[in-house]
Design a protein around this ligand. Sequence first.
Ligand SMILES: [Fe+2]
Ligand SMILES: [Fe+2]
Length: 316
Amino acid sequence: MYTSADRMSELVEERYELLRVLSRFNIALGFGDKSIECVCREQQLDVNTFLAVVNMGESGSSPSIESVSVRELMTYLRNAHAYFLDFSLPMIRRKLSEAVLTAVENEVSRMILHYFDAYTDEVKRHMAYEEQEVFPHVEALLRGEQEDYSIEEFARQHRVSDDDYVIARITELKNILIKYYPSEGKNELLYSVLFDVFTYQRDLAMHCRLENELFIPAVRLLTGGGADCSVKDEHSAEVKDVLSARERDIIIGVVKGMTNKEIADSLFLSVHTVTTHRKNIARKLRIHSPAGLTIYAIVNKLVALGDLPDIYTGRV
Ligand SMILES: [Fe+2]
Ligand SMILES: [Fe+2]
């Protein structure tokens, strides 16, 4: 854990990934051997907010939400959004496109890019909602103009959407590339893009965590509520990556666009059993979405391309 007396240059030396944090707080480089407190004071940045972000996730760290500046946190979050949308995702897209299209230019490559583009659109929507809906309300709160705004709806929605989509989908893509993508040649590029996806995913997970554990509780305090920064941890135990014949049948149904009921009827099962199988498939493959399962099914030859609805192939 860092304190205000530590040198800013040491912090960067020890954890170079914190350079991104400095940049998002608009901290100018060239700070010599000055302490964190001194650099923050000179650059008119609240030192407690800076330390709360820097120490996020460090063992023994429990940020004092009361001393965090919501305004500066919002500047940080906006800058982080710009980084993800204007730099990180476009860079991954460029590399991914070069890696998969040059290596094996086929329908699977195009589906992977289509999957990535759909994912990017969702991240854009997620961040636009925060910038256009949540932040303006919080700014009004800070100006004392809107005392009745509740952050709770966003808090609820945010946990669900981050767990289900923003993080989970990029994990799926990573898993597809690592475990199931038949790469031929051009491996360096594919490895490099995977490295970037890992970095992006870690950065984004920390961003979401910051919103859940720092931003939302700090806004809650503004409105007189308790901080409530309890965190759920639901990482499950490792499971074997082997599908049963029944689970493979169910994947085929899913990628053909069938509902659980239709799959149940065609396989003479109950809907409940199909739901249980789908949960087991998601756990085993770490792929949750129909689009992700479709790529898995094609790569593993469970279905032929002609059997797929066009929404998964980007042909519409
Ligand atoms: Fe965000
Ligand atoms: Fe978010």
